[in-house]
Design a binder for this molecule. Structure first.
Ligand code: CA
Length: 503
């Protein structure tokens, strides 16, 4: 087992794979000057005041004071560099064509009538126009699950799409397009099989017409609570409509489909300094295999690519894709600026405890999950892709906001990398958990699906864990396996990204 990881020749720091005490000779002739916690950095050379601190081959920051060889480097010792300009970024100079061969080219999914990506689950999704209906709908869904669902064995679940949007909002503000688009597209999610069902209050700003179109505003698709005479009438209206939809959905069957029908989302959360060494590169390798096999893979999280955006631009297949990338970054820079912060507001106390000194280091680890394949399309938050291959969707990095954005884009499942651990999950699509270190898997053996910890210790390669993950992704997509979050029903509230004003 190795004691430290140095990632590129250029790096002047390395990361310890376990807690190491002061005085230990970590490599021939290099004695540690401090106790170094697991995943934290130590200096490989003397670094002068204002000298570059380099990991991943990039400058993480500049030393606030001189740092001696063998000393611990933590988040208090670096000055953040300015983020790279998004003007005139080079595109197309890093287009890889020799991606690793996908060992499987098909999966078992639910083909959809609209020709969009296939479903990985068969779910009745009940849409809501406004938060006001949630109490009633939750009671109804509980009854549907217990009283009706057992009659329909081909259906996985009934899910209420509850959210905080819909009323008390500036519905015509320019940025209201984000939450409205998200809810419109979640209603069309591939796992819902084209069956629309909406529960509305009757006086909200997000009207049924606006959510699902006037053509879908019919008594067959919509229950309006203010039109029901009392609570029992609300219950029976919702339950009767649900049963009709379940009868249709129950006829859906899995069939063998090419990987071009599969859309996979990648996200990370609770990251540590190993995320970019083990879990994210393994996910990136699996992503490369998926893309090679014809699938579409989406990665996101603006503040976690902002400092490495030039590496993303180099992989863009056209000037148009590069331009959209730049536009999305500019929009987000302005959004953060309006709140008087910048991307450095991103890292959490847990990230820092896990050895991540700043947002540059976090970003370099985060973008590793996108693998190395060409970027064929860039999306605004909650847009649906139109291309196949690697796609960047410019969503917030917050786990519970990125999740619904990717759901709206139509992901059949999400692969979620973590170093510190989070039980986050989505009701409408499975979430696979991949951890960066063995201690995390030992701590949560029955929450983490795949550990990339053996990459840190040198006992497995990125290719080995990446291939294992690729196969697990296809097994989950095919309904052969369920990740732990799905087995337990761990579902987070859908926090819909709303940069527009609340009234
Ligand atoms: Ca995240």
């Amino acid at each position: 087992m190795r004691d430290y990881v140095k990632l590129t020749e250029r790096d002047n720091v390395a990361v310890v794979t376990h807690d190491v005490s002061k005085g230990v000779e970590i490599m021939p002739g290099l004695i540690l000057l401090d106790d170094i916690p697991q995943a934290h950095k130590f200096a490989l050379v003397d670094i002068p005041k204002d000298g570059e601190i380099i990991r991943y081959g990039v400058v993480l920051g500049y030393a606030l004071d001189a740092i001696k060889r063998g000393a611990w480097i933590n988040e208090h010792m670096l000055r953040l560099p300015t983020s790279p300009s998004v003007d005139n970024m080079k595109w197309g100079i890093n287009i890889r064509t020799d991606l690793p061969e996908a060992p499987r080219k098909t999966f078992m999914g639910y083909r959809n009538p609209d020709g969009f990506y296939a479903g990985t689950r068969n779910i009745l999704g009940i849409q809501t126009t406004v938060q006001c209906v949630q109490g009633v709908l939750d009671v109804a869904v509980d009854r549907i699950r217990h009283e009706i669902l057992p009659k329909y064995p081909n259906i996985d679940d009934v899910v209420a799409i509850n959210h905080a949007y819909g009323c008390g909002v500036a519905i015509n503000a320019p940025d209201a397009k984000f939450p409205i688009r998200a809810l419109q597209n979640i209603a069309r999610h591939p796992n819902f099989g084209g069956q629309l069902m909406v529960v509305s209050l009757g006086c909200e700003k997000l009207t049924v017409e606006r959510l699902v179109g006037a053509e879908n505003n019919t008594p067959e698709n919509v229950v309006v609570l203010q039109d029901c005479k009392g609570f029992n009438a609300m219950m029976s209206a919702i339950m009767e409509m649900a049963e009709k939809k379940l009868q249709v959905l129950n006829e859906r069957r899995r069939e063998e489909l090419p990987l071009s029908e599969l859309l996979v989302g990648m996200q990370c959360g609770g990251s540590d300094a190993f995320s970019g060494v083990s879990a994210n590169p393994s996910a990136g390798y699996a992503a490369d295999m998926l893309v090679q096999g014809g699938a579409t893979v989406m990665f996101s999280e603006v503040t976690e690519v902002r400092d490495g955006v030039n590496f993303i631009a180099e992989r863009c297949v056209s000037a148009e894709v590069r331009d959209k990338l730049a536009d999305e970054m500019r929009w987000y820079d302005k959004y953060l600026d309006a709140g008087e912060v910048d991307r450095s507001a991103n890292p959490t106390p847990g990230n820092k405890k896990g050895g991540l000194s700043n947002i540059v280091e976090k970003a370099m680890g985060s973008i590793a999950k996108s693998g190395t394949s060409p970027i064929v399309e860039v999306l605004s938050p909650a847009e649906r892709p139109t291309k196949h291959g690697m796609i960047y969707a410019a969503t917030p990095a917050s786990d519970i906001v990125c999740g619904p954005c990717q759901l709206a884009s139509g992901i059949g499942l999400q692969v979620f990398m973590t170093g510190r651990g989070t039980p986050y999950g989505l009701a409408a699509a499975p979430v696979i958990k991949v951890c960066s270190r063995n201690e995390m898997k030992a701590q949560w053996p029955d929450v983490i699906d795949i550990s990339a910890g053996a990459v840190v210790t040198g006992e497995k390669t990125i290719q080995e864990v990446g291939t294992e993950l690729f196969n697990f992704i296809l097994d989950v997509a095919s309904g052969i396996k369920k990740p732990y979050t799905e087995q337990y029903g761990l579902h987070n509230f859908l926090c819909i990204f709303n940069p527009a004003p609340i009234t």
